[in-house]
Write a protein that binds this ligand. Structure first.
Ligand code: ZN
Length: 395
């Protein structure tokens, strides 16, 4: 048996009063975060000491004593917020994130965590000082709830319930698969499966473009400007949910059936900067449209990778990363490598032996082979991108 953490995310159904209270907690959390950040910066500038939450928590208690409206906020939530700042600092010092920023209303992501004091009923959760709040229960919850995070996305509130789950050690599957990242499609597998993006993305993209044109015509900071902006935020949020849901289904399927998953070690950031092509217009035209394309398509890949890594790990499989060089240009039959093999975006035609096939599936086959080759070199169990040897995580 092994213990894993699973998070379940549901949309909350707060009533008007509860919604107001959630917004108030979020506001005080932003304030406490910003105050603590400022204090750390001031102390560091004057005395070269970095404060941590142990030093700052007593100050938060004093604040609670002085202001009624801060006292109304559950203290554990505020304490968690100060501890989050420790984590943000650590992530910065260890090179995983940029320096923590001030939280701004409407711009930063609002979220706060209850480490205890919450309860879960069938279709509602109990939050200290707020009471029972209903949620849309889209799936069953397994395991023992450890903490609960409330967050806002667009105009809706969500609860993430983090549970400790005991799972049986799965028998590793012996099937292997290579995966090629697509542009218009999500990905292609070496077994010939092509996974298209959800059809609604095209519709969302057109709608987003329309809303953005509309926003451009509004007088800045007028009432109508904010109304139009809110609509765009809501649509972005809907796109994000659809994508997340879709990626979950896809990655679960892949992880369930394969013991070895091979991916290209693409640097997603660099990739979206020099976008190879778009849905209907590969090549040059991308730059001007890239804002839209990126919001719809690109954000999916790092999430896809993240989900696949942990799901494959749960199933006792491994993920291997390979160098993307030439994977789209090499012929899987004769090994001839040339850019002439790829005269079009969609087809692979070998100029040497005449083999032809779907370009993405061909690339996926090459990726799978490169993965086998990498394992044969003795790097078994290396679940890591190629360029990050420092963060090697053995499976
Ligand atoms: Zn060939």
């Amino acid at each position: 048996m092994k213990t894993i953490y699973k998070a379940y995310r549901f949309r909350l159904k707060p009533n008007v009063g509860q919604g107001r209270q959630l917004a108030r907690i979020a506001g005080v959390c932003r304030l406490v975060w910003n105050l603590c950040l400022e204090q750390r910066e001031t102390v560091y500038t004057s005395r070269r000491i970095t404060l941590n939450s142990y030093r700052q928590l007593p100050d938060v208690t004093i604040l609670r004593g002085e202001y009624d409206w801060i006292r109304e906020i559950p203290s554990q939530v505020l304490q968690q917020k100060v501890r989050d700042l420790d984590i943000a600092y650590r992530n910065f010092f260890e090179g995983r994130a940029s320096f923590p920023e001030r939280k701004k209303k409407g711009k930063s992501i609002d979220s706060f965590r209850f480490p205890q004091g919450f309860k879960i009923d069938n279709r509602r959760v109990f939050l200290p000082k707020i009471g029972w709040v209903g949620f849309f229960k889209s799936r069953d919850i397994q395991g023992e709830p450890k903490h609960m995070t409330i967050s806002r996305s667009g105009k809706h509130w969500f609860v993430s319930i983090c549970c400790e789950v005991e799972i049986a050690n799965a028998v590793p599957k012996n099937k292997a698969v290579g995966i090629d990242r697509g542009i218009a499609k999500l990905c292609a597998l070496s077994d010939g499966t092509v996974i298209e993006n959800p059809a609604c993305f095209g519709r969302y993209k057109r709608k987003l473009a329309k809303l953005q044109r509309r926003l451009a015509r509004k007088r800045k900071f007028s009432r109508n400007f904010y109304k139009a902006k809110a609509k765009i935020t809501a649509l972005h949020s809907r796109i994000a949910h659809t994508r997340r849901d879709f990626i979950h289904k896809t990655t679960t399927g892949i992880a369930k059936n394969h013991g070895l998953v091979v991916l290209e070690d693409l640097h997603v950031k660099a990739m979206s900067k020099s976008a190879k092509g778009s849905i209907d217009n590969p090549g040059k035209n991308v730059r001007q449209k890239s804002g839209l394309n990126r919001s719809i398509l690109d954000a999916g890949w790092s999430e896809f990778r993240r989900q696949l890594e942990y799901k494959v790990d749960w199933a006792n499989g491994i993920v291997v990363y390979v160098d993307p060089k030439n994977t789209s240009r090499r012929c899987p039959i004769c090994g001839h490598t040339a850019k002439e093999n790829r005269l079009t975006q969609a087809d692979f035609i070998c100029v040497s032996c005449g083999y032809s096939g779907d370009a993405d599936i061909t690339a996926a086959v090459n990726i799978l082979r490169a993965g086998h080759a990498r394992l044969a070199c003795g790097e078994i169990g290396a679940v890591r991108p190629l360029g990050e040897a420092g963060t090697l995580k053995a499976a």
